[in-house]
Design a protein around this ligand. Structure first.
Ligand code: AMP
Length: 511
């Protein structure tokens, strides 16, 4: 038996070890051979620290070629990679370490002292450091180790990683992702997006999240292409580096920032073959504006930490603004009633459920949550609301928990947001539910206006009432400079709900 994920990801490049795999903007480069050697040394160092098959290796480290090597070395060592967002505080790290119970914790050298306490409390046996320049105690140890001669055998059903969900309600849960989940999704994406060894991906996403870690890295590694690794997204630098790339993957915010940059020009992007967007809804307006400005039709896809990627707009064939496309080969997707879980007829809006080799094994040490999240027949309840059009294309309407029930009537925020966004002078909006003494819950809208635009609350309401049923028109419209977002560009409705919970003076009455 081999190491399933490593075999799948590295098979294609065994005969091209002298080609460059990873390169940084400043010119540092690793060939596939260098990368194989580095990960073999790191895998040995992990084993020397006591990592055994199935043990967790947690890491809170800056994005760098060495961070990516640590991910693959962990998999080679048969252990389970647990990446943690660099923004997490000491208290948050303490929670994740206690929950994941890793054998080894790797952190940035600058944080070692402050995080040692959390690691000690969680009884983590080994704490090591790895800096964004490849320095630290862990690389030091790896240099004293002979490269691991063979990958540790792992079957498709064994765990390769645990990724914590962004946790908009309650505490984050660890999603257990198997070798088979990651390998099958990488293969599917490489095929449908037509990746080849000639591709160069400009990588601007964080590497502690499914998008930047798996969608980007696994897909390129499997197809033998090259990655240009930006430490973090910056519109100006991104535009300069796109000269070296053939593919770009981003969250919607990257695209709005590129559009706002004066350097965005069609002729500079003519050589790019694919722009992908995901992790949050891409506004139809952004999709259109990018097409007009650059000639490129962004390909939007939909996935989540627990499921990897589920749907994608086609590479050939229409890429529809406002739609996340068609279920990927091998993925079954259905829409069910939020009330009783019964299947809904085509065209109706309900909860999206998915099943396939991409879907995770369950939540780490949370059998109850796992059981609640799956149907008897194996479908995973995503918690996203959507509908399937007559042509099979899927549209996402929001999160089930964001659906507003006002006076007993369902309001889907996305429908109202689309209507607000279409008003002249509006850049974007977020519609959310707040307690209301009479309706139980009422819709409120936070609206971001273009510089110089003026649109009063009454004007927004009057304009909406022309096209929307009265119960869907937000009872309050609040003008705001920007919407609260997390690092993946997702609007944090939980923050809006909390900020405006007393809008109708109802929070205390209802709590
Ligand atoms: P995460 O687990 O952080 O990747 O978040 C997954 C969630 O992001 C999904 O359940 C969706 O709510 C949302 N999401 C991902 N891709 C899209 C997309 N293309 N359009 C709308 N929402 C998306």
């Amino acid at each position: 038996m081999a190491n399933h994920l490593i075999q799948e990801l590295c098979h294609a490049t065994e005969s091209s070890q002298d080609r460059v795999f990873l390169e940084t903007p400043s010119g540092f480069a690793l060939t596939f051979g260098d990368f194989a050697m580095l990960t073999a040394r790191y895998a040995s160092a992990l084993a020397a620290l006591g990592a055994e098959p199935g043990d967790r290796v947690a890491a809170q480290i800056e994005k760098s070629p060495w961070a990516i090597a640590l991910y693959l070395a962990t998999v080679r060592a048969g252990a389970v990679f647990v990446p943690l967002n660099t923004a997490y505080t000491e208290a948050e790290i303490a929670y994740f370490l206690a929950d994941a119970a890793p054998k080894i914790f790797v952190c940035d050298p600058a944080r070692r002292e402050s995080l040692a306490k959390a690691a000690g409390k969680a009884h983590v046996p080994a704490i090591e450091t790895l800096g964004s320049d490849g320095s630290g105690s862990f690389p030091g140890l790896s240099q004293r180790c002979a490269p691991q001669p063979e990958n540790v055998c792992r079957a498709p059903d064994d765990l390769a990683a645990i990724l914590y969900t962004s946790g908009t309600t309650g505490r984050s849960k660890g999603a257990m992702l198997t070798h088979g989940n990651l390998a099958s999704n990488a293969r599917t994406l490489a095929e449908i997006w037509r990746f080849t060894p000639e591709d160069v991906l400009l990588h601007a996403l964080p590497v502690d999240h499914t998008h930047g870690l798996f969608v980007a890295i696994n897909t390129v590694l499997l197809s033998g292409g090259k990655i240009v690794l930006m430490p973090k997204f910056d519109a100006g630098e991104c535009l300069a580096l796109l000269a070296r790339a053939t593919v770009f993957m981003g969250v919607p915010t990257f695209y709005t920032r590129l559009l706002a940059h004066p350097g965005l020009a069609q002729e500079k992007l003519a050589h790019i073959r694919l722009f992908v967007s995901g992790s949050a809804p891409l506004l139809e307006e952004t999709h259109r504006a990018f097409r007009e400005k650059t000639g490129h039709i962004i390909l939007e896809r939909y996935g989540m930490t627990e499921t990897n990627m589920n749907t994608s707009n086609p590479y050939d064939g229409p890429r529809r603004p406002g739609s996340v496309g068609l279920p990927l080969p091998g993925v079954s997707l259905r829409i069910v009633s939020p009330a009783d879980g019964s299947a809904l007829p085509q065209g109706e809006t309900g909860v999206i459920e998915v099943k396939g080799p991409n879907v995770f094994k369950g939540y780490w040490r949370k059998p109850d949550k796992t059981a609640e999240s799956f149907r008897q027949d194996g479908y995973f309840i995503t918690g996203d609301l959507g509908r399937i059009g007559a042509d099979g294309y899927v549209c996402i309407v929001g999160r089930a928990k964001d659906m507003i029930i006002s006076g007993g009537l369902n309001i889907y925020p996305k429908e109202v947001e689309d209507a607000i966004n279409a008003l002249p002078g509006v850049i974007e909006s977020a519609v959310f539910g707040v307690p209301h003494p009479d309706f139980g819950e009422a819709a409120a809208a936070a609206v971001v206006l273009a510089p110089g635009a003026s649109l009063s609350e009454a004007e927004v309401k009057t304009a909406l009432a022309k096209n929307l049923a009265k119960f869907k028109v937000p009872k309050r419209v609040i003008s705001t400079a920007e919407l609260p977002r997390n690092t993946m560009g997702k609007v944090q409705k939980i923050v809006l709900r909390e900020t405006y919970k007393d809008l109708f003076g109802a929070a205390r009455a209802s709590s």
